[in-house]
Design a protein around this ligand. Structure first.
Ligand code: ADP
Ligand code: TRP
Length: 323
């Protein structure tokens, strides 16, 4: 089974990214041939600063290695190191209807907000389809928000196959990470970098302490029963076993448990959980050349898988000399 996912290098990852997507990527590397790439081409639709893009891309590689991506098993590479994907994107764009792209939520949202849009944003789903189809990936693990993009990928693949009367592309199965609850941010809304309410697991101890202690709670007295559906308890539960959760939630509902104690315990658990990741991150960070080696080896392996598919697509479309 071939598993593929792309991650945009768009900022420092937070607990929402980790529990919502990154952790599952690591788990899946044991279940098949996993290919993960740092989607720097895609990040061009939002980030306009070259230095920032490089920094975010390098940091994201570090983050994945830190959380346990094993470069001996999974392939990790930088999207722009495989420009073949842009060629495939062109081939696919000629079989993608305007109507399909006009229905894309991400594009429609930008228009609705009155934000300036450019062709890159409009064509984003086509590049994403190329990312996936160039490997004939079986499984694409992504969050709910990417579901529509995967449906579009299936449409685009079908359209190419139909147009040229071939079966060059396999229609990928989305693996929507639905069982993953939305991680709340420190203010109770969905954790998201755009709300500035995140807990970034690789921040310093002091910063983490400040953020955790600042999780918004109400003024319920210590003795009073607490609502365990609130952010603090839900965040705490990410680091607890089901039995621990039942126990603490029971005590919270009964009253007598103060928010401060829960925050302290959450901080302790969070630091303990990510201690090995943070150590591994520091080790990799001290060896930037090794990271480049990982990415170089990654793209070599990726290219070997991508090239035959691209060649077949070119051939089906009548590009180049007859084979
Ligand atoms: P942000 O909302 O901070 O901009 P992204 O959109 O870059 O995050 O998220 C990358 C992936 O991380 C998403 O596709 C989604 O699967 C996951 N993710 C982000 N925030 C959360 C959250 N609060 N809860 C669960 N998963 C999340
Ligand atoms: N659009 C995805 C996101 O924002 C990133 C991405 C780009 C991707 N290409 C992909 C995900 C291919 C899966 C497969 O999260």
């Amino acid at each position: 089974m071939r598993i593929l996912s792309g991650i945009q290098p768009s900022g420092v990852p937070h607990l929402g990214n980790y529990f919502g997507a990154m952790r599952q990527h690591i788990e899946l590397q044991d279940r098949g041939e996993a290919i993960y790439f740092l989607a720097d081409y895609h990040s061009m639709t939002s980030i306009r600063d070259a230095g920032e893009r490089r920094r975010f891309t390098r940091e994201l590689a570090l983050d994945y290695l830190a959380i346990g991506l094993d470069p001996e098993r999974a392939i990790l590479y930088r999207q722009s190191d495989l420009p073949e994907v842009c060629e495939l994107s062109w081939l696919l764009s000629t079989v993608t209807s305007m109507g399909l792209l006009e229905r894309a939520h991400s594009y429609k949202d930008k228009i609705a907000q009155g934000l300036p849009v450019h062709h890159g944003l409009f064509a984003y789903p086509v590049l994403m389809a190329a990312d996936i189809l160039i490997y004939n990936a079986d499984l694409v693990p992504v969050g709910q928000d990417q579901k529509q993009h995967l449906e579009m990928t299936r449409d685009i693949a079908g359209s190419f196959n139909h147009t040229y009367g071939t079966a060059v592309f396999k229609l990928p199965d989305p693996h929507i990470l639905e069982d993953v609850a939305v991680v709340p941010g420190v203010d109770g809304r969905k954790m998201s970098k755009s709300y500035d309410n995140t807990i970034r697991m690789f921040a310093s101890d002091a910063e983490l302490k400040k953020v955790v202690m600042g999780i918004v709670t109400d003024s319920t007295a210590v003795d009073a029963p607490k609502d365990v559906s609130t952010a603090l308890f839900q965040l705490w539960a990410l680091f607890a076993t089901p039995t621990e959760r039942e126990d603490l939630f029971g005590r919270a509902k009964a009253g007598g448990l103060g928010y401060g104690d829960v925050k302290k315990d959450l901080l302790k658990r969070l630091l303990a959980y990510f201690a090995p990741h943070r150590e591994r991150r520091a080790q990799w960070a001290a060896r930037p050349d090794d990271i480049e080696d990982v990415l170089a080896a990654g793209v070599r392996r990726a290219r070997a898988l991508a090239q035959p598919v691209l060649a077949a697509a070119r051939d089906a479309a009548g590009l180049g000399p007859e084979r």
